[in-house]
Design a protein around this ligand. Structure first.
Ligand code: NOJ
Length: 469
């Protein structure tokens, strides 16, 4: 069995919009996805896995399967239906009930304040590109700290800001579906760093109990070859997706090299200058010194080669192998690397990538106090073969085990990793893939909403017992 330290946290991850369903219930305000998904007509976020009503059942499953912590997010628009101003008491009450139930069962909630679900009202006024919306987000955070501070001791400001900035403005896979708008994407990145920093500084100023961190999507980037051009391409891709965020949130300052790379991306893609004020710099600097942890979401690595042609991007949102394309002008092209297996959604399975990322954070960002792996898991087309048949998701077990082995190795080599959250606790809705990309330890029959523990859930339970004993 794997060697993980005693006290190592084993958790399951979820997000409000992906699991709650009930998107119109109890006065919830619209979010940017509601109209977009309706217009697209591919799949509905309702009822997802109906966590809004079935959370007690899911928490009991957690308890039965040795899962001691759960990542959940608070839907901003359940509390502030218009993003600011009027408060919806039914939304406020829901999260009190959820956190009470967690306490009752001894499951610690790690609570995210923004998981891809900006209120429609703030989205329509420019979303994260509009500084006024950052003020509203900070107000929402302050409200949550006061309201839930006695029930929640682990807070996460923002989930995967890079997924939002790049998918909204570069790949066009999130609303408003803009393509190759690098200036907007990078300004959005900085604004996220700033919003995060302001919330951390506020949390500390308010003297809140507990810890606060941020969750980044960190898919390690490697050059496709040793060629100097490929190495530079990997540096550019890394700057765009990783380095600008790690510098901004873990160091509190963008290094000269990072800014050079970012400026090169802009110069090659229409130019423009980022707005970064002295007061922004001061916020970033103070927040990095006070940050309690960073969450690492790791699923795959990218192998990148030099690319000077026109940008082109195709998202594999169906699970049809080999359909994805990612070529960014003057930055790089993501290639398939011989010998490395991929999922049906073209994600290369490369456990070494998580080791390298954990060690990079440890070595290059020494202010980092601790790390949680806040998401890792395998999207798979699990087969349900009847109520009495165990769902055999051995590929998921293998995936999790291989990654945990690399995490254990990183811990031995000095990375302060304190926990692991599998994505996801139960099967749920996926933003751009709908329902056939299943990640859960618990299978959800979306018709009946019945839950069935998969083979991986039993494996996870054994691991949890091994850590405890
Ligand atoms: C990261 C995101 O946080 C989550 O919302 C998403 O569904 C998973 N990755 C799987 O792609």
């Amino acid at each position: 069995m794997l060697k993980l330290p005693k006290g190592f946290v084993l958790g399951g991850a979820t997000a409000a919009y992906q699991c709650e369903g009930a998107t119109q219930a109890d006065g919830k305000g619209k979010v940017l996805w509601d109209d977009y998904l309706k217009e697209q007509g591919r799949f509905s976020p309702d009822p997802a896995c109906d966590f809004y009503h079935r959370y007690p059942e899911d928490l009991v499953l957690c308890k039965q399967f040795g899962i001691k912590a759960i990542r959940v997010s608070i839907a901003w628009s359940r509390i502030f239906p218009e993003g600011h101003g009027r408060i919806e008491p039914r939304g406020v009450a829901f999260y009190h009930r959820l956190f009470d139930e967690c306490a009752e069962l001894g499951i610690e909630p790690y609570v995210t304040l923004h998981h891809f679900d900006s209120p429609d009202a703030t989205y329509r006024t420019g979303d994260w590109l509009n500084p006024e919306n950052i003020d509203y987000f900070v107000d929402f955070a302050a409200f949550c700290f006061k309201e839930y501070g006695s029930q929640v001791k682990k807070w996460i400001t923002i989930n995967e800001p890079v997924s939002v900035s790049t998918q909204q403005y570069i790949t066009g896979t999130f609303p408003p579906q803009e393509h190759f708008q690098f200036l907007k994407a990078l300004q959005c990145e900085h604004n996220f760093n700033l919003a995060h920093a302001r919330v951390v500084n506020l949390f500390k100023k308010m003297g809140c109990e507990g810890e606060i961190g941020i969750v980044h999507a960190l898919q390690t980037v490697y050059p496709a070859s040793d060629d100097v051009k490929d190495r530079h391409a990997a540096d550019l891709q890394d700057a765009l997706e990783i380095r600008f965020y790690l510098d901004g949130t873990l160091e509190g300052k963008y290094s000269d090299t990072t800014l050079q790379l970012v400026n090169e991306i802009l110069e090659k893609n229409g130019g423009g200058e980022l707005v970064i004020t002295d007061s922004d710099r001061d916020e970033l600097d103070r927040a990095a010194d006070q940050l309690d942890f960073v969450g690492v979401n790791y699923y795959f690595s990218k192998f990148v080669k030099d690319f000077e042609g026109k940008s082109e991007f195709t998202h594999n949102g169906t699970g049809t192998k080999g359909t994805s394309v990612s070529r960014l002008q003057g930055i790089g092209e993501v290639i398939r690397k011989e010998g490395i297996p991929t999922t049906d959604w073209d994600w290369p399975i490369y456990p070494q990538g998580i080791y390298d990322m954990l060690m990079r954070i440890t070595k290059e960002y020494p202010k980092t106090r601790k790390i949680y792996v806040t998401e890792n898991g395998l999207g798979h087309k699990d087969k349900f073969e009847g109520k009495d048949q165990l769902i055999d998701d051995q590929p998921r077990i293998d995936y999790i085990e291989q990654h945990l082995e690399k995490i254990a190795e990183a811990i031995q080599d000095g990375a302060n990793v304190q926990g692991y959250f599998v994505w996801s606790l139960q099967d749920m809705f996926s933003w751009t893939n709908g329902y056939n990309k299943r990640y859960g330890l618990f299978y959800v029959d979306f018709e009946t909403q019945e839950r069935y523990p998969k083979k991986s859930a039993y494996w996870f339970k054994e691991l949890s017992h091994a850590i405890d004993s």
